[in-house]
Write a protein that binds this ligand. Structure first.
Ligand SMILES: [Zn+2]
Ligand SMILES: [Zn+2]
Length: 385
C-alpha cells in the first residue's frame, strides 16, 4: 500500500496536473530548462528530496523553488494566451476564478498584478491592454488623471469608475495601489537598466508619483472600494500585498471610504493576511490596530487559532492580548491557544475563561494576565455601582 503523501505534495500534484512524483519532477525539470526561474543548470533538488519532503534538509529551498516554477510556467501560459485572446473591457465584477488549492491561490496572488502590467517580473513593460486613464493612475500622474476626468460627462465618469480591464479585470482603484511599485522601480532587482529605461520611456521619466492622492480622489468620486478582480481580491487585499511607506495611509483611506475588512477571499481572511505579512515589520503594526478598529475578524475558528498562535510567537504581548478579543476560543474550551480540552473549570480570579489544568493556566498566564486584571476591575466597578 502506498504511504500517505505529504499534504503539500498532494497540492502540488494537483497544481502541476501530475499523477506521480516522477511526473511532477520531470515537469519541474522541463520548466527549469524553458524558463530558468531559478539560477543554475538544473533543478536544485532530486526526485528523492521530493518523495521525502518532510525529512529533506532541502525542504525550505524546495517549497520556494516549486512556487517559482509554477509561477513562471503559469505566467508564460497566461501571456501566450492573452496574445491570442486579449482581455475585454467590462463594467461589473468578474466571475471569480476558483483556485483548486491554497498553493494555487497564493501563487495567483503574486502573479495577477504581474502578468500584464509594467514593472512585472515576467513581462516588464506589460501588454498594453489598459486604457490611458488606467496608466495615468498606475504611474501616479495626477495632472493627467484630472485632465482626463474633467472632460467626462457625469455618465461617462460613472462608467469609467466601473470599468474593468486587463487580465485581472481591475477597476480604477487597483491602478494606484499596484502602481505604487513604479515609485520604487530602483528596488526591482529583476529589471535590467535597459528594462527600467524602457518603462520610464512610457512616461518620459516624469511621473508625479501621486498614487495616494489619486486613490483618495477616486474614492471621493464614488469608486466602489469593494470591487473585486478575477480571483476575488479587493483593493484592500493588494494594500496588504504591496507594502511601502505609505501602507498605513492607503489602508486607512480605503477603510474610511467603506472598504470591507471582512470581505470574503478564497482562502483565509484579510486580517490574517495582514498579520502574516506584517509579522517581521513592526513599522506597519499600526495597520493591525486600524483593521481592528473597523471590526476586522478571522473567517472561522480554525483561523482564529492560527492568528492567536502567530501573535503569541511573533508579535509583542500587547498584540497577542488584543487579538484574543476577536479570536475567542470555543465555549468551554481551555483558554490556552493550542489546547483543545473541554472543561468548565474557570479562572478563579476573573471567572471569565476556563482552563483544563493548572499547568495550562500557568503556561497561558502571560497572555491572560492583562485581560484577567481588566475583567476583575470591570466586576469591582459593577459591584460598587
Ligand atoms: Zn488546557
Ligand atoms: Zn482570569
Amino acid at each position: 500500500m502506498a504511504t500517505a503523501l505529504d499534504p503539500v505534495i498532494v497540492d502540488w500534484l494537483k497544481l502541476f496536473n501530475s499523477s506521480s512524483c516522477e511526473e511532477l519532477y520531470s515537469k519541474l525539470e522541463q520548466i527549469h530548462s524553458e524558463h530558468k526561474p531559478v539560477e543554475g543548470e538544473h533543478v536544485r533538488f532530486s526526485l528523492q528530496d521530493i518523495k521525502h519532503l518532510s525529512t529533506s534538509d532541502k525542504r525550505g529551498t524546495i517549497l520556494l523553488d516549486v512556487t517559482f516554477y509554477w509561477s513562471a510556467n503559469k505566467a508564460a501560459e497566461l501571456i501566450k494566451d492573452l496574445r491570442k485572446n486579449p482581455p475585454k473591457k467590462s463594467f461589473e465584477n468578474p466571475v471569480v476564478h476558483r483556485c483548486s488549492s491554497v498553493a494555487e491561490y497564493a501563487t495567483m496572488n503574486s502573479l495577477i498584478p504581474d502578468v500584464d502590467l509594467p514593472g512585472s517580473k515576467y513581462n516588464f513593460v506589460g501588454q498594453g491592454y489598459y486604457s490611458d486613464i488606467f496608466f495615468h493612475m498606475f504611474f501616479g500622474n495626477y495632472s493627467d488623471f484630472i485632465e482626463h476626468i474633467k472632460k467626462l460627462s457625469e455618465q461617462d465618469l460613472k462608467k469609467t469608475l466601473n470599468t474593468r480591464e486587463g487580465y485581472p479585470q481591475f477597476s480604477p482603484l487597483f491602478a494606484p495601489i499596484i502602481g505604487r511599485r513604479m515609485i520604487h522601480i530602483e528596488r526591482m532587482s529583476w529589471l535590467t537598466e535597459q528594462n527600467k529605461r524602457d518603462i520610464r520611456m512610457m512616461y518620459n521619466g516624469s511621473n508625479e508619483n501621486k498614487q495616494v492622492k489619486i486613490l483618495e480622489k477616486l474614492l471621493k468620486l464614488g469608486a466602489d472600494p469593494n470591487a473585486h478582480d478575477i480571483i476575488g481580491n479587493t483593493p484592500l487585499f493588494y494594500a496588504a500585498y504591496i507594502r511601502y511607506d505609505d501602507a498605513e495611509k492607503i489602508v486607512s483611506t480605503l477603510l474610511r471610504y467603506g472598504a470591507n475588512p471582512n470581505h470574503s477571499i478564497q482562502y483565509g481572511s484579510i486580517l490574517r493576511l495582514f498579520c502574516n505579512f506584517l509579522a517581521t515589520l513592526p513599522e506597519y503594526w499600526n495597520i493591525i490596530d486600524l483593521l481592528l478598529s473597523y471590526n476586522a475578524k478571522p473567517k472561522d475558528y480554525e483561523e482564529a487559532i492560527r492568528i492567536r498562535y502567530e501573535m503569541e510567537t511573533k508579535f509583542p504581548l500587547e498584540y497577542a492580548v488584543k487579538l484574543r478579543e476577536v479570536c475567542t476560543k470555543k465555549k468551554n474550551e481551555c483558554e490556552r491557544t493550542l489546547c483543545e480540552v473541554s472543561t468548565v473549570k474557570k479562572c478563579g480570579a476573573c471567572n471569565f475563561v476556563v482552563y483544563c489544568t493548572p499547568a495550562c493556566q500557568k503556561l497561558d498566564w502571560k497572555f491572560h494576565k492583562p485581560t484577567c486584571k481588566k475583567k476583575r476591575e470591570e466586576k469591582s466597578l459593577e459591584n460598587s455601582a
